[in-house]
Design a protein around this ligand. Structure first.
Ligand code: ZN
Length: 85
């Protein structure tokens, strides 16, 4: 019976490493990942928001749109919201 113990221990250690590897993987940030922000699509809006529930965005009377950070800065010419700066 004692001879069986190392095998079980080995499987245990293997499982520990595998589960550790699996849980570690999603925490590695992908560099190509796009950051999305929220903008208010009205004429006098000038900011973009990381937080959809931001109080700046709450004042938005028009459509709220999710866009990429580069689009918010480039295409929509928005600046970071004063509450999130
Ligand atoms: Zn904001």
């Amino acid at each position: 019976m004692i001879a069986k113990l190392p095998k079980i221990a080995f499987i245990g250690v293997l499982f520990f490493f595998l589960s550790g590897f699996i849980s570690y993987k999603p925490s590695v940030p992908a560099k190509s990942q796009t950051t999305y922000v929220y903008i208010c699509v009205t004429e006098n809006s000038y900011a973009y928001h990381f937080d959809y529930y931001c109080r700046g965005l709450k004042q938005c009377k028009g459509e709220k749109r999710k866009v990429s950070l580069s689009d918010a800065k480039g295409k929509y010419k928005r600046k970071i919201c004063g509450y999130e700066d």
